[in-house]
Write a protein that binds this ligand. Sequence first.
Ligand SMILES: Cc1ncc(COP(=O)(O)O)c(C=O)c1O
Length: 447
Amino acid sequence: MAWQELHMGSQWLPFTPNRSFGKDPRVFVAAEGMHFTTHDGRQVIDGISSLWCVGAGHNRKPINEAIKKQLDTLDYSTAFNASNDKAFAAADRIAGLAPGDLNKVLFCNSGSEAADTSMKVALAYHRARGEGHRNVFIGRERGYHGVGFGGMSVGGIPANRKVFGSALLPRVDHLRFIHDPVNHAYIHHQEPVWQEDILLELENRILPLHDASNIAAVIVEPVAGSAGWYIPPQGYLKRLREICDKHGILLIFDEVITGFGRLGTPFAADYYGVVPDMLNFAKCVTNGVFPMGGVICRQHVYDAMMAANAQAPEHAIEFFHGYTYSGHPVACAAAIATLDLMQEENLFERAGQMGRVLGDAMHSALKGLPNVVSIRTLGLAGAVELAPIAGAPGKRAYDVFMSCFQKGSLVRPAGDNIVLCPPYIVTREQIEQLVGTIADAIKHHAG
Ligand SMILES: Cc1ncc(COP(=O)(O)O)c(C=O)c1O
């Protein structure tokens, strides 16, 4: 199909420069394994798991078959006052993978809904325990928790917030960011060791400012993904857990990107040995094939909400929240098949192993190239950060992204970073191809 034949007038593209898109459209019509086919018949390697979703690679037959079978058996059923067998089975499977007593799964349909759901659980939980005054949320600079009003408020990426300031939640504060560009510009599968304790600010400034007794929850991505793969300092998440425990504050991990194998473990919570009170997931849980998100809650969170209703009549609903498609049977069938497939093919372990290969390749091929100021790799993901063009932040990375696409590689521009997070089935040769294409593009845009 020639691009002139594409009718692109009706779709308003999300998070995309719409005005320029039509001049050089990037349209996929098929996918298999690591590759897409574009509308003009080219093969493009998927270097970003289609935005962190397609861990097992594209067009995986066991997932497709499970979806087809589910459609022929139970296509859809309401989620309120009834449920479906696949939703219980998927919840069992997901909770079974999660560490500690993260036992209760509240389903939704996206990472944004997971953020808002977890924040609503936090408010309801505290109220259930007689602490309804706990209504302050703490996010982190450059965090991303989707585009709902809750997630956007605790999020910290300036461009995502600037137009919506008047509608952001008022009782929110942000931790400082976790990157030290001078001392920790180059990180290869190690935890940056900081001289200072960057959580002192939480203890000494933010908690006293709001009074710790008013704080409902702290929400962080264990590894800051959307901003460009920034790795937490050594001991950071453990210390955050301790501070939250000390003050009765809930800790929420947004694992929409890190969940289901990206670090070589089921969750980043496993990798760092820290169990949050709630863990948000989406994306890889269904291999991206069918929308699904959710919040896994620790037992005490669920128990407190039920206990508060102990005297209520049996028909009383304990938590007024949910979505029409929560626990959609087709999504749940896709999730079960995805997690089965990942287990059968040891894909979490493979992600861990190939992550080393990716890190080695990025550091050896990209360090020292023009404008490269930082490279950070952990698990099967990495970012190379470029010095911004004066007055045009993000342009250099965008140009590199466009050049890579022209050469058949889909990479991700995030601010002035180029991010790679390929499917777990990626081979060494494909990693070399992706990194080599980025290196060529960085050199090409050196001026
Ligand atoms: C950490 C994190 N949270 C939430 C979201 C939002 O997910 P969705 O786009 O499915 O709403 C994302 C999306 O990339 C994410 O990376």
